[in-house]
Design a protein around this ligand. Structure first.
Ligand code: ZN
Ligand code: ZN
Length: 375
């Protein structure tokens, strides 16, 4: 597909330039229409294939309309999802001889059902293992620069290829400090808040529908908590003294996800995911599923790789590159507040889709259009 972009000539004349632009747009649209490789449309993007720098400022009304559209779509999709797929899954969940409940009972019979063990140490160990297991895999890619085929999926090619050992060790040290020295007391405090608030009994697992519903709530509250705390961190003094550390990485790697000042770790990494858990009084198992998903999400967002079949990490990577764009996780609040205008005019926005084929997104939406009349 990139060949199509490379086969158009440029001339100084305005007429020819317009014709070329038209061709490029046609090619661009044809590529999009004929391609079934991406999961989301990119109509949200104002990106011009010819590299136009025209920016479109969204009005409050258009932002609101977009947000309502997104929320409406999510609600309808969720309802449809509940009525179809979950019905089958619920059957599997419940009808397989309470399989999951039996597994959970085995775990509790082994580690005990002391709430402090489960909520505090269980949560700490689980989040630690998930972070370093999956973050470790990404780190091996970053250190070895192998497999070579994965280089094509780099969002910012040429960065951290390979990653600097000294910088990496600094990241590992800070993340370990945040996870243990900061994380343990905060989790302990969170447990006491949960105890005060009340939570689902640990022995009995919630239903599958309920787990899904709670995770949807957790995602919502995390988006709100993360967006606003993150924007606050970009205020003059908080940025200078706290958030700048996280932004030392303009091309992040997975394990930089929790590389930040301890205060940022509390306010922006630990509190937003805990908000929903606290508000609905989640079961500890639901909380564990949610914390694991949140960690996998942030590792992917910082990974520097836009891999096929993975959610797009383009928006947060763009945030690290440009600093004042894309503060949220889902992008809904960025749209509402207009903090994604530059992003929506960028090539990164066109690439902000889940790839459903092995073709690297940079080859579907190349950086620059090269012109060549001979082709
Ligand atoms: Zn980040
Ligand atoms: Zn930031």
């Amino acid at each position: 597909m990139s060949d199509k972009f490379a086969s158009i000539d440029v001339t100084p004349s305005k007429r020819q330039a317009n014709r070329n632009k038209h061709n490029i747009l046609n090619n661009f649209n044809n590529n999009r229409e004929s391609s079934s490789m991406t999961m989301e449309g990119d109509s949200k993007c104002k990106d011009r294939p010819s590299g136009s720098k025209v920016q479109v400022q969204p009005t409050i009304l258009s932002s609101l309309r977009s947000v309502l559209f997104v929320i409406g779509t999510v609600v309808i999709a969720f309802a449809a999802f509940c009525n179809s797929l979950t019905w089958h899954l619920q059957r599997f969940w419940g009808a397989s001889g309470d399989f999951w409940q039996a597994q959970w009972d085995k775990i509790l019979d082994t580690v005990g059902d002391d709430p402090i063990t489960l909520w505090v140490y269980g949560s700490l160990v689980l989040t630690f293992v998930v972070y370093w297991l999956f973050g470790g895999i990404y780190t091996i890619l970053d250190i070895t620069n192998r497999p070579v085929a994965l280089r094509r999926y780099k969002i910012q090619p040429g960065t951290n290829e390979p990653v600097d050992t000294k910088d990496l060790l600094k990241v590992i040290g800070q993340v370990l400090f945040n996870q243990i020295a900061i994380g343990l007391p905060v989790i302990y405090l969170s447990y006491h808040l949960m105890q005060w608030r009340g939570y689902a009994p640990v022995r009995e697992l919630p239903t599958f529908h309920w787990v899904l519903a709670e995770i949807a709530i957790h995602i919502l509250f995390e988006e709100i908590g993360f967006y606003y705390s993150h924007r606050l961190l970009h205020s003059r003094y908080l940025y200078k003294y706290i958030h700048k550390q996280h932004h030392q990485w303009t091309a992040p790697i997975a394990v930089t996800a929790l590389y930040c000042h301890p205060l940022e770790h509390i306010g922006s990494n630990l509190l937003p995911p805990f908000l929903g858990v606290f508000i609905v009084g989640s079961h500890v198992a639901t909380a564990w599923i949610w914390f694991s998903l949140a960690i996998l999400s942030t590792l992917n967002a910082h990974s520097g790789y836009h891999l096929p079949f993975f959610p797009s990490p383009e928006a947060h990577d763009f945030h690290h590159l440009k600093f004042n764009q894309c503060f949220g996780v889902l992008g809904v609040l960025d749209r509402l507040h207009g903090t994604d205008t530059l992003f929506r005019n960028s090539r990164a926005c066109s690439r902000h889709v889940m790839m459903l084929s092995l073709v690297p997104i940079r080859e579907v939406f190349p950086e620059e259009v090269k012109y060549n009349k001979s082709k």
